[in-house]
Write a protein that binds this ligand. Structure first.
Ligand code: KIV
Ligand code: ZN
Length: 509
């Protein structure tokens, strides 16, 4: 059976998409989870894009555990300055990679690069060789490969391999190709690129026509040995091929693909939830593999079949991707030992310090909510990842007076670097008043792009999760998402708003 390498680009291509940005700490938390998931390569960012991108790649490169086998890559255009920074950012990784790219389609070369094909060919040789002078592991991508002249493309990849590339990546950059075309392209390249049998053939398929996963799988069938993908399929425009769908397609249809990955599938559900929680982008219920309906059977005839034998309507086992059983678990009188046991059975192995923090949150929740289920615990853990304890602004309390024919007034108390801040404001409703009070006391000009509130657990005493998307009104380009959790929906909304502002302030500093 062939072993396909999983190159995860959630933190680069994924993070590039609007509304999916992550701060340094969130990227580091996500990278640890990707390592646990068992991806072969983490593309941690595009080091030259901004000082923040550089810092995140550098942090992730040094933060993975000593015995990780995961490669950490930084993207770089085929230019010395990019490659210098990429190397600087990844050089402390146990397994560093520089990922060099240049566009090769006529339209990109003519209008974007303003270079002739000859100049592109020479640049590939020079820049791959330059990257190779720093690092053994070099990936080369021909951007817009699927719309490039195949003969020219074969020359480009042959040059890249001759200059030292160890992986050649074939992107369907604009998600234009069909599975048959991608498969034919891989076959063509295998026959025409000099030295191709010594390197990994990678594919990177965007999802503009909804064929990202199908295209990636067709390439694997045609001989690709690495696939680039993202958790939940996030990425530029309509996103990238989704990691969980590719991995589970290979696993479920081993009979057809005769290929598998190194992914620990029990970590898939957790990785998907963690990302969704960090970026504040919900998972669509019918999303394959990880959507909330992926294993729900509504029609009576289906339910009957599944009860008789799960194989009637289930081709995958929810336990295999780590979906927790939402059985009743703990209550107000449960102790730390019971909590640890329950979390372990859900696949979380926490340090004593982490357990202590979750235990405090668990006790607070148990005061308000009678039965604590797996979903409650999961929600506490996911929000624990935000490390709000280190954030600049800390929420202390709120008092709200709201109603139909009364003025809606909110008084908010916060702490900033040991100093207590307090202010009051009137608004169209309790949330408007609360957000205005926060803006007033901080002197910030915030634009609220969206707000949503969902019950993340069951019952009347469910935990409500609020998600906001905000930006600095003087700099609308960058959108920050914030989320907050509480059994009190006004409190979760205030916490979400503050979480977003904390990220906004952090990026401005
Ligand atoms: O879509 C694309 O072509 C890319 C390359 C930089 C690999 O993201
Ligand atoms: Zn891409």
């Amino acid at each position: 059976m062939r072993r396909i390498k999983i190159f995860d680009t959630t933190l680069r291509d994924g993070e590039q998409s609007p509304g999916c940005s992550m701060n340094l700490n969130e990227k580091a938390v996500m990278a640890q989870q990707l390592d646990k998931l068992g991806v072969d390569v983490i593309e941690a960012g595009f080091a030259i894009a901004s000082p923040m991108d550089f810092k995140s790649v550098q942090t992730i490169a040094s933060a993975l555990s000593e015995n990780t086998s995961c490669v950490v890559a930084s993207l770089a255009r085929a230019a010395k300055g990019d490659i210098d920074l990429a190397w600087d950012a990844v050089k402390n990784a146990k397994n560093p990679r520089i990922h060099v790219f240049i566009a090769t389609s006529d339209v990109h070369m003519k209008y974007k690069l303003r270079m002739t094909p000859e100049q592109v060919l020479n640049t590939v040789s020079e820049m791959v060789a330059y990257a190779k002078s720093f690092c053994d592991d070099i990936e080369f991508s021909a951007e817009d490969a699927s719309r490039s002249e195949p003969e020219f493309l074969a020359k480009v990849y042959s040059n890249a391999i001759a200059a030292g590339a160890t992986t050649i990546n074939v992107p369907d950059t604009v998600g234009y190709s069909t599975p048959q075309e991608m498969s034919n392209l891989i076959t063509y390249l295998r026959e025409h690129v000099t030295g191709i049998d010594k390197v990994d053939i990678s594919v990177h398929c965007h999802n503009d026509l909804g064929m990202g996963v199908a295209n990636s799988l067709a390439c694997i069938k045609a001989g690709a040995s690495q696939v680039e993908c993202t958790i939940n399929g996030i990425g530029e425009r309509a996103g990238n091929a989704s990691l969980e769908e590719i991995v589970m397609a290979l696993r479920t249809r081993k009979d057809f693909y005769d290929a598998d990955t190194n992914i620990n599938s029990k970590q898939i559900y957790r990785s998907s939830k963690l990302l969704s929680n960090i970026i504040g982008v919900p998972i669509w219920p019918t999303k394959p593999v990880v959507g909330s309906n992926a294993f729900a059977h509504e029609a009576g005839i289906h339910q009957h079949g599944v009860i008789a034998n799960t194989q009637t309507y289930e081709i995958m086992n929810p336990e295999d991707i780590g979906v927790p059983h939402n059985t009743l678990v703990l209550g107000k009188h449960s102790g730390k030992h019971a909590l640890r046991e329950r979390l372990e059975s859900m696949g979380y192995d926490l340090s004593d310090k982490e357990l202590e923090e979750i235990f405090v949150k668990f006790k607070n929740l148990a005061d308000k909510k009678k039965n604590i289920t797996s979903s409650d615990l999961e929600a506490l853990i996911l929000h624990g990842n935000k490390h709000d304890a280190n954030a600049e602004l800390q929420f202390i309390s709120h008092v709200v007076n709201a109603g139909r024919d009364v003025p809606n007034i909110s008084c908010i108390k916060l702490e900033r670097g040991g100093e207590i801040l307090q202010d009051v404001a009137m608004g169209a409703g309790p949330l408007d008043a609360s957000f205005k009070a926060i803006n007033k006391m901080l002197g910030v000009d915030v634009k609220l792009h969206s707000f949503s509130l969902n019950a993340v657990t069951d019952g009347e005493d469910a935990i409500g999760e609020a998600i906001v998307k905000i930006s600095d009104n003087n700099n609308n380009n960058k959108i920050f998402s914030g989320s907050g959790l509480s059994t009190d929906i006004i409190e979760s909304s205030i916490r979400a708003y503050l979480n977003g502002i904390n990220k906004m302030l952090e990026s401005e500093n």
